[in-house]
Design a protein around this ligand. Structure first.
Ligand SMILES: CC(C)C[C@H](C(=O)NO)C(=O)N[C@@H](CC(=O)O)C(=O)NCc1ccccc1
Ligand SMILES: [Zn+2]
Length: 158
């Protein structure tokens, strides 16, 4: 299974959603990565120019890969598994209503799910797992990786 070999993985947000402030997006994305760096020996560093390991964008419809988004609901986001070039790249469908709350689509939960893929995790059959295929809101106060996801990522990087 592909995984990142380096202990520092860089990311760059090249296109932001207009539904939240850039500061809100930056801090939410950082929090989502922190869920993983809290349990595996990998650090994540945001860069603001050049090419990062994980390139992140918010865009609706066609956004430069072979998987155009589908409007509101349905596919919310997708991420490539680890590797060179497009490896790890993570795209968020900007036709979704992104939020930092329980209303609409919670960005922290989706970003954490996508970064699971970007680290090499597949979907889980455990309905309490973050990597379960379908989105379901759970409180994000003091949120930590559910056990199944933690065991999965520690098996890859521990
Ligand atoms: C076949 C892939 C491209 C489907 C896509 C996905 O799994 N992305 O990682 C996706 O957006 N799935 C939806 C499925 C759905 O709409 O229910 C989803 O909510 N993914 C984000 C998600 C799933 C579970 C927890 C948190 C976020
Ligand atoms: Zn997924």
């Amino acid at each position: 299974k592909p995984r990142w070999k380096q202990s520092v993985v860089t990311y760059r947000i090249t296109e932001y959603t207009t539904q939240l402030s850039q500061r809100e997006v930056d801090s939410t994305i950082a929090k989502a990565f922190q869920l993983y760096s809290d349990v595996i020996p990998v650090d994540f560093k945001q860069i603001f120019s050049g090419t990062a390991d994980i390139m992140i964008l918010f865009k609706g419809g066609d956004h430069g890969d072979f998987y155009p988004f589908d409007g509101p609901n349905g596919v919310l986001a997708h991420a490539n598994s680890p590797g060179p070039e497009q490896g790890g790249d993570t795209h968020f469908d900007d036709d979704e209503k992104w939020s930092l709350s329980s209303h609409n689509i919670n960005l922290l939960l989706v970003a954490a799910h996508e970064f699971g893929h970007a680290l090499g995790l597949d979907h889980s059959r455990d309905s309490s797992a973050l990597m379960y295929p379908t989105y379901r809101y759970v409180s994000t106060n003091a949120y930590t990786l559910p056990r199944d996801d933690r065991l999965g990522v520690q098996a890859l990087y521990g």
